[in-house]
Design a binder for this molecule. Structure first.
Ligand code: NAD
Length: 242
């Protein structure tokens, strides 16, 4: 479905980003695997990507403008153009607003939201036609009692997504995915009891898999979604419905 397409995926060393990288490679895209700290995990992702297609590692803290610029330049030197950008990298430190300090607020906004500015700004000169996908969160739609910084960053992403969808139409389609609870390191601190309770709350009766999100990203990256822009698809097993 993505034969001949060049894709950059941020935060692809593990979790949802890794699943997207593999799914895109299975569908014959060339994949730029961005990661920040986890070199060995990123190499694992790249090895999986190379079982199906090809790709390169792109090490950067994408919250930093110059680092984002550098990896985009490296990718373009290799491939000439960019067809798909997935803004996936993100952090979530559960903390109530009362106890959150300024440093945490700034770090979350930098990593989750400013990174999207950094990547989109640098990618756009090399994307004449294409697809941009943002990974937001159900918490960006409904708010959170223990992550105001996270919710604000994920809601901000949706504002950016819709603005770009209008501004970049018709050649570039811009959409978002809002996952619910997905089984990655982000929920590694859940106790058995918390997992069981969450599974009961979810109408589809299971915590989501990274592949559940990756499949929707594949749809949004492919020609199948060519008449969709400015949309947010919730992937929560029915946990959150608008
Ligand atoms: P994860 O912690 O497993 O993966 C996060 C990825 O982002 C990692 O590869 C990490 O290296 C990367 N990253 C973090 N800071 C970075 C930086 N400064 N520069 C480059 N890369 C950086 O988490 P995940 O669950 O796979 O999360 C992926 C995305 O999905 C995030 O944006 C997250 O907010 C979102 N999300 C996850 C869930 C969930 O339940 N897992 C729910 C809703 C939204």
């Amino acid at each position: 479905m993505l034969k001949g397409k060049n894709a950059i995926i941020t935060g692809a060393s593990r979790g949802i980003g890794k699943a997207i990288a593999i799914k895109f490679a299975e569908n014959e895209a060339f994949v730029g695997v961005n990661y920040f700290k986890s070199h060995n995990e990123a190499v694992e992702t790249l090895n999986k990507v190379r079982e199906y297609s090809d790709g390169i590692l792109l090490r950067a803290d994408i919250g930093k403008y110059e680092e984002a610029k550098n990896i985009v330049q490296r990718f373009v030197k290799e491939r000439g153009k960019i067809d798909i950008l997935v803004n996936n990298a993100g952090i979530y430190k559960r903390q109530s607003f009362r106890y959150m300090n300024e440093e945490q607020w700034d770090k979350t906004i930098e990593t989750n939201l400013k990174s999207c500015f950094n990547m989109c700004k640098n990618v756009l000169p090399y994307m004449k036609k294409g697809k941009i996908i943002f990974i937001s969160s159900q918490l960006g739609l409904k708010g959170s009692s223990h992550g105001a910084d996270y919710s604000a960053s994920k809601a901000g992403i949706l504002g950016l997504m819709k603005s770009l969808a209008i501004e970049l139409a018709p050649d570039i389609k811009v959409n978002a995915v809002a996952p619910g609870t997905i089984d990655t390191d982000i929920i590694a601190d859940y106790t058995k009891e918390q997992r069981r309770r969450r599974e009961t709350e979810i109408p589809l009766k299971r915590i989501g898999l990274p592949e559940d999100v990756a499949s929707v990203c594949l749809f949004l990256a492919s020609d199948l979604s060519d008449y969709i822009t400015g949309e947010t698809i919730i992937v929560s097993g029915g946990l959150y419905m608008r």
